[in-house]
Design a protein around this ligand. Structure first.
Ligand SMILES: [Zn+2]
Ligand SMILES: [Zn+2]
Length: 368
């Protein structure tokens, strides 16, 4: 009998341990010139924030498949621009979507109306974002809606962008801010709200607004958010010059480590049991730029006889530790930040002792 009680207790302990061990992950999909981020909550709830441009649809579906996602609990469309909604109709056709939420900003865009039609056909509940609403993702993980502003902003550079859904994810002290393509006017609105609650915007990880465009990510906004990590989602060689040097400089000036889907592939931030974010980058095949012509077939490759090139690893394999000539910190060679160090500035150390002896500190992102 005693033995049975013991094994029962052991089993309970095991069950409790597995119930408590939980991960929150956020993956920024390298989908070309656009945004798509997948949140998987500690209880397995799935949220897709935007669905990338049409040409990134295949990549988005690949990532969902690889993560074994068979249903989406909530799709959030930040705003009805094609580089954010392009893959969503296909996602809704591929798997059950339980709820769809967007800013409710009026749009006559045909792809947006097509998406609404697909959602209606599939019986997906469609809701408008309401300011201050909290969405429960289980185990205390919450998405709080901080935008669009109410009433909607008008007479901005782009009212569709300015009225993006802005959402802050929090769980056991870990925080992420999703900004869509928020414009400076939207940032001003958020700062006004932040004035009443100084924790409102503060977030460890910032999804940089508008693909790193020059007008967004104003210095006061970045100071209020005070991110340690920042992710820019943009396409290789895009026509908009995203991300811009000015914006990247402003982000680095607040001390955030920058990650880019165009250079590093899929960027995943994972918190295990509420511990600090671990960020990993996974090389992804480049997404071809959208063709503006009528042709749907991609131009044949000029080197079609050679085998397809292996994807470039996000970080070169190197022994020891790596730093930039211009930086006071050093990294593990596998750290995604290393990919952002220009070759001419890169210095390597054979050992940790040698890196410390150079007067540098271990970097906060990979804790070498
Ligand atoms: Zn936009
Ligand atoms: Zn955009």
């Amino acid at each position: 009998m005693y033995k049975h009680v013991c094994s029962l207790l052991f089993l309970l302990a095991l069950l409790t341990a597995s119930a408590q061990a939980a991960d929150l992950t956020v993956t920024f999909v390298s989908c070309g010139q656009g945004d798509a981020a997948l949140i998987v909550s500690p209880t397995g709830k799935t949220v897709l924030v935007d669905g990338g441009p049409p040409e990134g649809t295949e990549r988005l579906l690949q990532v969902l498949k690889k993560r074994q996602i068979s249903a989406i609990d909530l799709v959030i469309l930040s705003h009805p621009h094609l580089d954010h909604l392009g893959g969503l109709a296909q996602v809704a056709k591929s798997m059950p979507v339980r709820m769809f939420l967007d800013a409710g900003f009026p749009s006559t865009s045909p792809p947006y109306n097509n998406l609404l039609r697909v959602l209606a056909e599939r019986g997906v509940a469609v809701k408008n974002a309401t300011l201050g609403r909290n969405i429960d993702l289980g185990d205390g993980a919450t998405l709080t809606l901080l935008g669009p502003p109410s009433p909607f902003l008008a007479n901005t550079r782009s009212d569709v962008n300015a009225n993006s859904v802005v959402a802050r994810l929090q769980w056991r002290g870990r925080t992420v801010l999703f900004t869509g393509d928020a414009e400076p006017e939207a940032e001003r609105f958020l700062l006004e709200q932040h004035g009443k609650d100084p924790e409102l915007l503060r977030s460890e990880l910032l999804k940089v607004a508008h693909h790193g465009g020059r007008y967004s990510s104003t210095a006061p906004f970045l100071r209020a958010v005070s991110p340690r990590l920042a992710v820019i989602s943009s396409g290789v060689g895009n026509d908009y010059g995203h991300p811009t040097a000015e914006t990247m400089t402003r982000i680095q000036a607040v001390g955030a480590t920058l990650y880019r889907t165009d250079l590093q592939g899929d960027i995943t931030a994972l918190s295990h049991d509420g511990q600090p974010w671990q960020v990993t980058a996974e090389a992804a095949p480049p997404v071809a730029k959208a063709s503006h012509g009528s042709s749907t077939t991609p131009a044949p490759s000029l080197v079609s006889s050679s085998p397809p090139a292996a994807p470039t690893p996000a970080t070169p394999i190197e022994e020891g530790f790596v730093a930039s000539r211009n930086s006071k910190v050093f990294h593990r060679p596998s750290c995604p930040s290393v990919a952002l160090i220009l070759a001419k500035n890169r210095v390597s150390f054979a050992s940790r002792a040698a890196a410390l002896a150079s007067g540098r500190q271990p970097s906060g992102d990979c804790s070498p």
